[in-house]
Write a protein that binds this ligand. Structure first.
Ligand SMILES: Cc1cc2nc3c(=O)[nH]c(=O)nc-3n(C[C@H](O)[C@H](O)[C@H](O)COP(=O)(O)O)c2cc1C
Length: 177
């Protein structure tokens, strides 16, 4: 546990998984995912995130529909909708807070969820392609909350190979471009 390698292993082994076994996700595991999410860094420690945990089939269906019929979403036992509180971010940092930090902060929280899920042997997929208004309506989000990610969570029913990633040489620039 304290080897310092767990986080690298979780990062390396994580995959977007879009097929889930017919098996519940425990309350305790959901709590641990949220615990990981709330530990994420945020601009000025404003923590503009809110999480909606959805298990209700009808709501999950609405989310799948809103996400351009990505039906794997409704097949997950638990779906977490990550929202950004734009008021909170803009109160702290004006338009930069509202337009940039709110997204970065909630993205960091989302990644923490994915990595914690990996550590727990759970399957997730970050879903970003959706009609925001429809998602907001499905979860009855107040006006200042912008849905930024949908994360279905389940037990894996597929083991996809790693997606190709750009090489270090291609993406790193020393000192300047
Ligand atoms: C901002 C964002 C939006 C995404 N939206 C979707 C989506 O709508 N549907 C989907 O199936 N995957 C979505 N993904 C997952 C990506 O397709 C996936 O991360 C990518 O193909 C790399 O695969 P990997 O996650 O297994 O490394 C999204 C990922 C991110 C970060």
């Amino acid at each position: 546990m304290n080897s310092g390698l767990d986080v690298f292993e979780a990062i390396k082994k994580r995959r977007s998984i879009r097929a889930y076994a017919d098996e519940k996700v425990s309350e305790k595991d959901v709590e641990r995912l949220i615990e990981a999410a709330r530990c994420a860094p945020s601009a000025g420690n404003i923590q503009p995130w809110e999480f909606v945990i959805v298990k209700d089939m009808e709501t999950k269906r609405k989310l799948s529909d809103a996400a351009l019929n990505q039906t794997f979403i409704e097949k997950a036992p638990v779906v977490i909708v990550v929202c950004a509180d734009l008021n909170r971010s803009s109160r702290g940092y004006g338009s930069r807070g509202e337009n940039l930090y709110s997204i970065q902060d909630t993205a960091a929280a989302t990644e923490n969820i994915l990595l914690a899920a990996q550590e727990l042997g759970l399957a997730t997929c970050w879903v970003g392609a959706f009609h925001e208004k429809e998602v907001a309506k499905a979860v009855k989000a107040p006006r200042n909350l912008r849905p930024v990610a949908i994360v279905p969570v389940g037990h894996p029913a597929e083991r996809p190979a790693a997606s190709p990633k750009r090489s270090v040489n291609e993406i790193v620039h020393y000192e300047t471009f």
